[in-house]
Design a binder for this molecule. Sequence first.
Ligand code: NAD
Ligand code: UDP
Length: 320
Amino acid sequence: MKEKRVLVTGGAGFVGSHLCEQLIKLGNHVVCVDDLSTGSRANIHHLIGLPNFEMIVHDITNPLYIDINEIYNLACPASPKHYQTDPIKTIKTNVIGSINMLGLAKRTGARILQASTSEIYGDPQIHPQRESYWGNVNPVGIRSCYDEGKRCAETLFFDYQRQHQIDIKVARIFNTYGPHMCHEDGRVIPNFITQALKNEPITIYGDGLQTRSFCYVDDLISALIKFMGLSAGIAAPMNLGNPIELTVLELAHTIIRLTNSSSTIKFCSLPVDDPTQRRPDISLAQAHLNWQPKVQLELGLKRTIEYFSSNSDKQTRVTG
Ligand code: NAD
Ligand code: UDP
């Protein structure tokens, strides 16, 4: 069979780089498109030079004309610190970027998967979160550029499906972690590991009783690829994540223990609109993908700690 040409936007980012690597292993020709705003060449360094890997430095808010069979649309800053730095650009990436990628799918006939997010549920009043829940989102707050941007992107995907019969998949990704996360992106796991490795105080926002459910990146990648491979007609949206929930304080203590750190806990103010609880109901993914996360939190954290220990000095963010 002819090699598939697969586009990964945001392919030099944390999730995107793992996805590119796995798609190459599976025998695809991968085109990575990234503007390197929050991703880095270091994440894809090991892929550059391979005959079935191409890197295009490109901002998806501008149209892209290439030949492609499948599109994973991951381009978007994902950490609150990064997406709030230039909120208007975050919305443009989600809205104009999605229109451009949907336009590319329309022209080429490619199947397209959107990396949506648990943030579309906002500060959820239903727990755990099911795909049928419409969410509780502040439309005018500091997280809105991301939350509403991603919600609008989902709307666009379903409108392109209804209006132009585009073959879409919408994955709602819950907190994912692992190697290649940017150590300075402000997300909880990079922050806690970096602080613990330096024996500096661990910054807990609020009382630390807010919850999250963390999925190791390898588990997410296998779900994304299975979802893309599912027959046309199952567009979902589909939650992808690990349903094991813990408090941020529990996470801090686990990381202190695993790093054998002498860090203390420092309580800081809670950011506005920080969701109080989050856990995916993954029954839809279990039923359709025959998938569930396999990597236990402690194992995933150990691998991530190892990455941060050996890369903390080398991590560079290359822009332009
Ligand atoms: P990341 O910031 O590491 O990766 C995003 C990548 O997109 C970066 O390489 C960045 O340079 C690139 N990018 C940003 N704007 C772009 C633009 N306009 N044009 C081209 N490239 C652009 O984040 P991540 O954690 O790897 O997240 C990847 C995707 O998954 C995002 O869409 C994010 O919203 C979604 N997601 C991630 C998580 C998570 O926990 N990691 C959770 C929910 C959803
Ligand atoms: N958090 C924290 N200390 C930090 C970074 C984050 O207590 O140094 C908290 C944050 O307030 C949130 C949770 O950890 O409740 C997850 O934050 P993150 O930014 O990783 O992702 P979110 O799920 O909020 O998008």
